[in-house]
Ligand binder design. Sequence first.
Ligand SMILES: Cc1cc2nc3c(=O)[nH]c(=O)nc-3n(C[C@H](O)[C@H](O)[C@H](O)COP(=O)(O)O)c2cc1C
Length: 327
Amino acid sequence: MKNFWPGLAAEARSKLKKPIIALAPMAGITDSAFRQICKDFGADLVYSEMVCVDGLHYKSKKTFELLKFSKKEKPIVIQLFGSKPQLFIEAAKIVEKLGADGIDINFGCPAPKIYKSGGGVKLMRDLDLCYQIIKAICDAVKIPVSVKIRSSINSLDGKKITALDFIKKIKDLPISAIMVHGRSYEKGFGGPVDLEIIKKVKENFSGLVLGNGGITTPEKAREMLDITGVDGIGLAQGVLGKPWLFEQVKEYLKSGKYKEYIFPQIKKVALKHAQLNFKLKSKQGILEMRKHLAWYAHGFQGASALRQKLIRVENFREIKKIFGFIK
Ligand SMILES: Cc1cc2nc3c(=O)[nH]c(=O)nc-3n(C[C@H](O)[C@H](O)[C@H](O)COP(=O)(O)O)c2cc1C
């Protein structure tokens, strides 16, 4: 298929069929264990948590930990954030050497810490610098380079800089894919998603476009695909405590129906997720699981009481006990 994720290794490319249902990057959430769970439910492509290029430059052990992935997660895209082109080059080379299938650049994060450091969505205010960063990475590595952007950000003099301005600026760069979060910087993470601008990006960019924002149900996934004509979608908050949304979306797109998950199935998924996290991160993995466990404990009778216990767990055995797998 012409221009289908250009540059992606043949093996990985052959596995990707449109529409691509991807796990969008989420810091503190899309770690190796969660990515594996999402793969189990049919995620076609997974993004890592954002990884700081400065952290890699200064050899931070914690930052290097974020780069770990298993074969099962492929094709995997590692997302980088920062603001200095030279550090992006160094980081991109490290990522390529590790065997990742692609590098994504974060131009959408509004978190104050990232924003203040000049990275994330703040870069959208300086399209020349965005261009320099992307070009530097594209020149430095052979694996595909993609970007994640927001629908718009207001400049300091009140002018709106949109996703369309962004793609116009970078049109001569060999970018393989763009994920567009259809909310402005000012709108944050909630509320309506601008499907029109995602549609316009799709019409004006020759690589792959993935639509993102507000996809919490299979119906919303179909709406995003139908209205915007994108090549795929990125699921984020919709899969918190609900990684089976990947399976449901695929079922729905095929047959117009999907099955709901009930408690006996949910607890098995949650336990497998916890087991993986424990295997990969020991005690820290269990502590990080607390928020996931709280998300899993939703939407069934007794969920609230269960949640109160799950957010305090200290070890894997305790989780098994609370779910009733052992006495
Ligand atoms: C907790 C959290 C962490 C996130 N971390 C990242 C990140 O590391 N990189 C990134 O590009 N976007 C990040 N995002 C944004 C999501 O990828 C996505 O664009 C956003 O949540 C909108 O999609 P949704 O409405 O389906 O959640 C994060 C979002 C959340 C909620």
